[in-house]
Every structure is written in C-alpha cells, then in structure tokens.
Design a protein around this ligand. Structure first.
Ligand code: GTP
Ligand code: MG
Length: 140
C-alpha cells in the first residue's frame, strides 16, 4: 500500500471559497500536505487528466466543469493513503456520501462534487507526476 495520493479541490468548491475549510479538515483528519499548487486547467490538462473517461457520455460536461475556474491540486501523505482519502471524501454522488465526508458537506451534484481523490496507487503516482515535479513535493 502506498502512502501518497493526489487530490484536487475542484472549481465548484474553490469558487465557493470552501478551500480553507476543506484544507482544515484534511489536516485535522491526520493527512499531511506534501505539495500544493493553484492552477486553472486548460482543455489539454483536463482532457489528459480525465482521459480514462473520454468515452463516457458526461465527458464534455466534465471537461467544461474542470476548466471553468481555478482549483487547488495537492499531494497528500497518509498510511494507506488512497483508500483512507477516498473514504474521507465520500461517494462520487453527494446524495450517497456518508455523513461527515467532504462531498456530503460541500458537493453540489454528481459532477460538481467538490474534490477528487486518486483511485489506486498507480493512478496516484501518475496523477502526481501529471501536475508536480519532484522538487515541488516535500521530502522528495
Ligand atoms: P474523481 O475522484 O474526481 O475521479 O471522482 P470518482 O473517482 O469518485 O468518480 P469517477 O472517476 O467515476 O468520475 C470522475 C468525475 O466525473 C466525478 O468526480 C464527477 O466530477 C464526474 N462524473 C462522474 N459521474 C458522472 C455523471 O454521471 N455525470 C456527470 N455529469 N459527471 C459525472
Ligand atoms: Mg475517479
């Protein structure tokens, strides 16, 4: 099990000024932030990042959403980071997300769902490398 994962505070949550509240919860829940950067994704970034979803009917809407405004990308450390962080953020659809999770408390809809969390160790490392160089990550 890897000890790193990757997250994005998505444009909906960033635009609603939830970034500080979400970072507080991340830190209070025992996750460590190893790197953070504010970005505004262009079409290439968003299409590349979500390439696995390119055949999905919602792909174009998802790209429009992810390029609609700034967001915060972060590298997160924790024991069993991927699984712990996915549990912390809650189900994709906020209507199904458990009480006390980020998506339950801050997401608007299945698409505008406030936050991203990598779904495997391999994808976490790919996603980290997509947005960060090693010298931008604490301890590397
Ligand atoms: P991420 O952590 O962002 O990868 O979310 P996830 O792993 O919980 O869900 P998934 O990878 O299946 O979908 C990626 C993103 O696409 C979601 O987080 C949503 O923003 C969006 N999405 C997923 N399902 C739908 C859908 O049915 N309709 C729309 N419009 N967007 C969706
Ligand atoms: Mg996913």
């Amino acid at each position: 099990m890897g000890n790193r994962t990757f997250t994005i505070i998505k444009p909906d949550a960033f635009g609603k000024k939830y970034t500080g509240k979400i970072i507080d919860r991340i830190l209070e829940s025992g996750f460590e932030i190893l790197g953070a950067r504010m970005i505004h994704m262009n079409q290439n970034d968003a299409r590349g990042f979500y390439a696995v979803h390119q055949e999905k009917p919602f792909f174009n809407d998802l790209i429009e959403f992810m390029t609609s405004g700034p967001c915060l990308v972060m590298v997160i450390a924790h024991e069993n980071a991927v699984e712990s962080f996915r549990k912390f953020i809650g189900s994709t659809n906020p209507a199904d997300a458990a009480e006390g999770t980020i998506r339950r408390d801050f997401a608007e809809s299945v698409q505008n769902n406030a936050i991203h969390g990598s779904d495997s160790d391999i994808n976490a490392e790919k996603e980290i490398a997509f947005f960060f160089t090693p010298n931008q990550i604490h301890g590397t």
